[in-house]
Design a protein around this ligand. Structure first.
Ligand SMILES: Nc1nc2c(ncn2[C@@H]2O[C@H](COP(=O)(O)OP(=O)(O)OP(=O)(O)O)[C@@H](O)[C@H]2O)c(=O)[nH]1
Ligand SMILES: [Mg+2]
Length: 518
């Protein structure tokens, strides 16, 4: 497990963050949230009813299943002078697996403790116990998985492994040759390598990848925030393996990013099941070696599965993130271009939770827009819940800066654009300010004079270039909420920018694939 964690860490470029102290919630409107399976459709029937709980962070504890006991037994053939050992091995405990499922939209998981099935005990006549079933936890795409280290654990930066203070890694079973066909190959580095690399997906999880996603009737769902959805750890009294002193207190423990489940079907075996105990049938030809016979009782014990605390953080994945001051018309634009129906009102901060809407083109091409609540001065240092909102722009391929060109309520579009660009630049979410962008001037219907309109667009373009916004120099003048002017040309630009982003992504992935080696 240690080496697995290390290798996962090596290939993930996500920065380590420790800003997960509060649980925030958000709402999403996402027409992708449908599935054809019977199981899902009943869930979605309920969702059509309206408001749904949506959570973008969760804490959980995962526990791999324990290995079954190996059996110590001897043949009882009548007349046999020397009884041969025939105890079967215990089955391996199931693993806990996190899978990104595009039909899932929220992190309000059903539980906060997940345990895989234990392996069955071995029995006489060389009957090996059955392996425990894996526990599969389905999460939305875009979930970052962080492991919260226990007090006695540390992150070994050099070797990229999680170590335990005062504990040497002992080579279990190394002095114990297991005969027969039994092996522990289901647990270990081999399988996890393929998981980390996302190059091969076991059959069990294929259904997630192949799930067909169709647009729902009205093209959207709406969840409501739910602060109750997060519970503390260790509420389950049966969990004896974690003592109360192990209760997680935010900010006190180190967290390491172990996976970024950003694509449908990507998964990680987060907690391995314990190895099954060794039955004494493995001594069949070696029962004359007293040390091995003496050890067989000890070896027959199944090993406990991995236990760990995790924090999951969902970051929206959209093609284009809308960046604008409150009241600029972001939600009006989303409503005009997609089937989403966000709230629109003439007061600031109408939108308090990020929303996602899909633009569908005639040939089936789709682009996903994320309407993030209004950004204000100081958002990049957390003002006005700035971190919460900006975080959802991190995963977008491109940004769309949108300003109120008419300056309703005394706003100045040039000042607004400058501030927005500065906030995006100052935010520590990677290369956001270098991302391809579109610049949009809304509410042109309030500027009847065409010359004044042109002049304003020119000014905005100059300011945008001065601010280092990565766009082609063209400012899209639109009227999202009234006449719909300019939306046709804007949708074409959205498509080209998304397509260009996809090409870039493909070439990056290929590069990563070829460079990747363990
Ligand atoms: N005249 C005119 N008004 C518009 C236009 N677009 C939006 N509005 C109005 O501007 C106000 C704010 O629109 P919203 O779409 O709610 O703005 P927002 O950027 O989502 O605002 P927040 O959610 O508060 O961040 C509403 O009263 C809209 O009707 C437009 O093209 N022309
Ligand atoms: Mg809004």
């Amino acid at each position: 497990m240690k080496s697995i964690i290390g290798k996962i860490h090596q290939i993930l470029s996500q920065p380590r963050t420790s800003q997960l102290s509060l649980f925030s919630t958000l709402a999403v409107i996402d027409p992708r949230a449908s599935s054809t399976s019977k199981k899902k459709s009943s869930k979605h029937r309920k969702q059509r009813g309206g408001h749904y709980k949506f959570v973008d962070r969760a804490k959980l504890r995962v526990n791999g299943g324990s290995g079954g006991k190996g059996c110590i037994s001897y043949e009882s053939k009548l007349g046999s002078f020397k009884k041969r050992p025939d105890g079967g091995h215990g089955g391996r405990g199931g693993n806990v697996v996190l899978v990104a499922d595009k039909a899932e939209q929220s992190l309000n998981l059903q539980a906060h403790h997940f345990k895989a099935e234990d392996g069955q005990n071995g029995s006489s006549q060389q009957m090996h116990g059955r392996n425990g079933k894996d526990k599969v936890i389905r999460v939305p795409c875009g979930v970052i998985v962080k492991r919260v280290l226990e007090y006695n654990e540390y992150w070994d930066e050099e070797n990229q492994v999680v170590g335990v203070y005062g504990e040497e890694h002992d080579e279990e079973y190394s002095d114990f040759d297991i005969e027969n066909e039994y092996s522990f190959e289901n647990v270990g580095v081999g399988e996890s390598e393929s998981i980390i690399n996302n190059q091969s997906v076991p059959k069990d999880y294929d259904e997630v990848v192949n799930q067909e996603v169709k647009s729902e009737e009205d093209g959207m769902y709406h969840w409501e925030s739910d602060s109750q959805a997060i519970n503390d750890f260790d509420e389950d009294e049966n969990d004896v393996l974690i003592s109360s002193t192990d209760m997680l207190q935010d900010g006190e423990r180190e967290k390491i990013v172990v996976a970024d489940l950003d694509k449908p079907g990507s998964y990680i075996v987060i907690a391995n099941g314990g190895k099954g105990g060794v039955g004494n049938c493995s001594l069949a030809k070696r029962q004359h070696i007293p040390e091995l016979v003496a050890k067989s009782g000890e070896r027959a014990q199944g090993k406990p599965g991995d236990i760990m605390h995790l924090e999951l953080e969902l970051k929206l994945i959209a093609d284009i993130g809308l960046v604008g001051y409150p009241n600029a018309g972001k939600s009006s634009l989303l409503a005009a271009m997609s089937k989403a129906q966000p709230e629109i009102a003439p007061y600031p901060f109408t939108t308090l939770h990020p929303l996602v809407g899909m633009l569908e083109y005639r040939d089936g091409f789709r682009a996903i827009l994320a309407d993030v609540p209004g950004i204000v001065d100081g958002a990049s240092v957390g003002r006005g819940r700035g971190f919460d909102f900006l975080r959802h722009l991190e995963r977008t391929k491109a940004l769309m800066y949108i300003v109120d060109a008419a300056g309703v309520d005394g706003r100045d579009p040039l000042h607004d654009l400058t501030t927005l660009a500065c906030e995006i630049q100052s935010y520590g979410g990677g290369d956001m300010h270098q991302r391809p962008a579109l610049v949009v001037a809304n509410k042109l219907d309030l500027i009847p004079d065409l010359d004044v309109q042109d002049e304003m667009l020119l000014e905005i373009s100059k300011v945008a270039l001065d601010c280092g916004i990565n766009f082609d120099g063209e400012v899209h003048g639109i009227s999202a909420g009234v006449t719909g002017e300019g939306l046709g040309s804007l949708s074409k630009s959205i498509r080209s920018i998304v397509e260009a982003g996809e090409d870039l992504q493909v070439s990056k992935n290929e590069e990563a694939f070829y460079n990747f080696k363990f």
